[in-house]
Design a binder for this molecule. Structure first.
Ligand code: HEM
Length: 402
């Protein structure tokens, strides 16, 4: 039902069946967004958005900060700038009610709730209009469509876009492709690509940052070790940037361990068998919806020592290709997440900068911070993460440059 209502006739990336159309979308996104060249181009956005959040934290005066809110702003602003060249929430609004309102609105537009799924398994519910779920989808689609059309019209309104072949953001790139291949790049296809960037690429990264900070706050030794790695990095005299990340293996271990314990999409996305096939010895008939339980695989004591323990070191030196299918936060194979590289850089940069610049203290007890989650599609924390941060003496010179 969500597919019928939200996907511009199944042209949206995640929903597009395997075939030529999906291949073209995948190729486009890899070239324009996820290639190393494109990731280098978008690094500047991530660095600038990280600084904005650091400024807010620095001005917080050692009071409690709402990290759930701040990492969400960071994540949505990053995506909005990559897609449309402007922020969702301006820096001056972040600290006030206006910022909260703006974030709420955009979250509402791109929320990925699939609670209507039960209508797919019990079609009678759809016929009787169960709980108005289908009506809600129709109105969500309308809201999304208006929002996206406004973004596109704004870019179209800039007269020099086509003349100078400007390609500073995804919409400008798509608009210039529309000029050369109008049959493929219709407005609907362009909108369906943008929707997916927001739906798949914002909450996933925000939720990973929130869980990672939460785990570090409850494991001060690991936090200390991470800080040590960052301080020992030859680039410690400047704000962490994209090119420092490759030199911080323990930071990557922390993020992997976070994704293992709290995979943001714990059942991955539903897969649909286009042919009869065999999966782990089970016969799967054509047309079956299969769910992969990453959460259980990541905590399986047969393949992980002390699976419920936060132990980032377990990932040090691990060669993923040799480990089989035990770690799948981004899925696997042809339909695996194409945005993994971007997601990891987005998370690593902000997390590294938080640890580089501030001392952190938790405000809740350990038990209240771990294991308490609330999951429909995405694995959110049951309570939004709050913490107290104090500027580090060692980072004083850096913070003066903010
Ligand atoms: C930590 C961050 C992220 C996580 C954990 C994550 C996780 C996932 C997962 C589990 C899937 C489904 C894989 C499957 O079912 O086999 C997926 C698909 C997808 N992700 Fe991500 N993702 C992240 C970041 C991103 C970002 C930043 C983008 C884009 C900007 C993105 C775009 C997509 C797209 C387009 C698909 C659908 C691919 C297809 O259907 O072929 N993701 N992601």
């Amino acid at each position: 039902m969500a597919g019928d209502r939200l996907t511009y006739n199944y042209t949206a990336y995640v929903w597009a069946p395997y075939g030529d159309f999906w291949r073209s979308l995948r190729k486009l996104s890899v070239v324009e967004l996820f290639s190393s060249h494109s990731l280098q181009k978008s690094a500047k956005i991530r660095e600038e958005e990280t600084r904005k959040i650091l400024r807010v934290l620095n001005n917080s005066g050692a009071r409690k900060v709402d990290l759930n809110y701040l990492v969400s702003i960071y994540s949505f602003n990053h995506m909005m700038r990559a897609v449309a060249g402007k922020s969702c929430v301006a820096e001056e609004d972040i600290g006030g009610e206006m910022g909260k309102e703006k974030l709420k609105r955009i979250r509402g537009i791109f929320s990925a709730s699939l609670s209507q799924g039960m209508c797919d398994f019990f079609p009678v519910l759809r016929w009787i209009g169960y709980k108005g779920l289908e009506k809600n989808l129709i109105s969500l689609h309308k809201k999304r469509d208006e929002f996206l059309q406004d973004l596109i019209d704004e870019v179209k309104g800039k007269t020099d876009v086509f003349g100078e072949k400007r390609k500073n953001n995804l919409i400008e790139t798509l608009m210039s492709l529309q000029v050369s291949e109008p049959e493929f790049y219709t407005d609907d296809v362009i909108k369906s690509i943008i929707v997916l960037m927001f739906v798949a690429g914002t909450e996933t990264t925000a939720v990973t940052m929130e869980w990672a900070m939460s785990l570090l706050l409850t494991h001060p030794n690991e936090l200390h070790k991470l800080r040590q790695e960052i301080d020992d990095n030859p680039g410690h005299d400047h704000f962490l940037n994209d090119s420092d990340l490759a030199k911080l293996p323990f930071l990557r271990c922390v993020i992997n361990e976070t994704l293992r314990l709290y995979p943001p999409v714990p059942l991955l996305l539903p897969h649909y068998s286009s042919e009869n096939c065999t999966l782990a010895g089970y016969h799967i008939p054509k047309g079956t919806i299969a769910l992969v339980n990453a959460w259980t695989m990541h905590r399986d004591p047969k393949v992980w020592d002390e699976p419920n323990k936060f132990n980032p070191e377990r990932f040090r030196g691990m060669e993923m290709e040799k480990e089989g299918y035990k770690f799948v936060p981004f899925g696997m194979g042809r339909r695996a997440c194409p945005g993994a590289g971007m997601g990891l850089r987005t998370v690593s940069l902000a997390l590294g900068a938080f640890v580089q610049c501030f001392e952190w203290e938790k405000v809740l007890e350990h038990d209240e911070m771990e294991g308490q989650y609330d999951s429909v599609v995405m694995l959110h924390k049951a309570k939004p993460l709050e913490a107290v941060c104090v500027p580090r003496g060692r980072a004083a010179d850096l913070l003066l440059q903010l």
